[in-house]
Design a protein around this ligand. Structure first.
Ligand SMILES: Nc1ncnc2c1ncn2[C@@H]1O[C@H](COP(=O)(O)OP(=O)(O)OP(=O)(O)O)[C@@H](O)[C@H]1O
Ligand code: SF4
Ligand SMILES: [Mg+2]
Length: 328
């Protein structure tokens, strides 16, 4: 990792994302990733992980849009950047990996050509040079007979192989930041472990910063340095992976970890948190988790939880926790 004086690879400040101008799907997001650091962004389905990731490189589909705050990548502000600057940052600084590699790859184009595409577009490589580099990258990500595989089409690859191709494509421009949105969710456990191992190897070799989005806490300890927990569009807790997993402070983080442990132990019924995540259109005063929070429910009527949004507390073990019950 780098010196504390170096600009973080990613810095997000007070970011709000809304549907049009009205409904907020993410609010007050603050996020920082240092060079060579892996940050896991976790939370249930619908908590706002993907919209946050897409906003980082200005890829939100309308009517979603950033309505407040700023994002900078390697010190370059992108929130109000021109299309040219954005293109340059996307092409040179950031790589993205998605959950369904097969659906992201063009079925009519040989995978070697797709992996080399960014080099053609952003580095002005010739077709031959781009293909040669694509074969090297496919070899690097562990694809056997890379030269032959580079001439395959996406439908001729297994899920794990297709994900390796996506990783090769994401690495082709030698990015500083890799955004991986549920990169292993569609894969079986063995292939999942191989892909996580590959990301770890690439991170070390290239001093990559990684934003790893997942709802599966069981993979977080193995790969992340820090964890950021999102609930209903807001960050509720963040901190170093070891203490978050061992001593979570926010009731939602505790519930997520408990569910993950129960799932691992094969317990049938109790593997999701009781209640559901509220849709962005539902206005909830106070703490957005309060309708599901066992601590809030145990409190007396008129609890602050149901009326006032929690302020952030920095705890003794370095977590930032948005909960009225958190102790400094
Ligand atoms: N294109 C869109 N238009 C309107 N609302 C959207 C759009 N995409 C996402 N949303 C809403 O934004 C909220 C956050 O969605 P998001 O996809 O970021 O969740 P997530 O945490 O990535 O969930 P998952 O784990 O299922 O991928 C959800 O309420 C979702 O319905
Ligand atoms: S602020 Fe209150 S309702 Fe929200 S998580 Fe903390 S104890 Fe629960
Ligand atoms: Mg998502």
């Amino acid at each position: 990792m780098t010196s504390p004086n170096e600009a973080p690879c990613l810095k997000v400040e007070n970011l709000d994302i809304s549907i049009g101008d009205a409904v907020a799907v993410a609010r007050g997001i603050n996020l920082e990733i240092r060079r060579g650091e892996t940050v896991a962004l976790v939370g249930e389905s619908g908590s706002g992980k993907t919209v946050t990731a897409l906003s980082l490189i200005d890829l939100l589909p309308p009517p979603l849009r950033v309505t407040r705050g700023s994002v900078s990548i390697c010190g370059q502000e992108i929130t109000h950047a021109t299309p040219d600057v954005l293109n340059r940052i996307r092409g040179n600084r950031v790589g993205m990996i998605f959950q369904q590699p097969a659906s992201m790859l063009d079925p009519s184009c040989r995978v070697g050509r797709q992996v080399g595409e960014a080099l053609r577009l952003h580095r002005r490589a010739s077709r031959g040079e781009a293909f040669e580099r694509a074969v090297e990258l496919l070899r690097e990500v562990g694809i056997p007979e890379a030269g032959r595989r580079a001439r395959s089409f996406a439908h001729q690859l297994s899920g794990g192989m297709a994900q390796r191709v996506m990783i090769a494509a994401a690495l082709s421009s030698d990015p500083d930041l890799l955004i991986a949105d549920e990169p292993t969710t569609a894969l079986d456990v063995t292939v999942q472990a191989q892909i996580l191992g590959l990301l770890e190897k690439e991170k070390k070799q290239r001093t990559l910063s990684i934003l790893l989005i997942t709802h599966d806490l069981s993979i977080v300890s193995a790969v992340a340095d820090r964890v950021v927990v999102m609930y209903a569009g807001g960050i509720v807790e963040e901190g170093p992976v070891a203490t978050i997993m061992r001593a979570p402070q926010h009731p939602y983080t505790k519930a997520l970890i408990d569910c993950s442990l129960m799932r691992k132990a094969g317990s049938g019924d109790l593997e999701s948190i009781p209640g559901t995540i509220p849709p962005p259109t539902r206005s909830i005063p106070g703490c957005r988790f309060h309708p599901r929070c066992p601590h809030a429910l145990a409190r007396s009527k008129g609890s602050v939880c149901a009326s006032d949004e929690p302020v952030a507390t920095r705890t003794a073990d370095g977590h930032l926790v948005h909960c009225w019950a958190a102790e400094p």
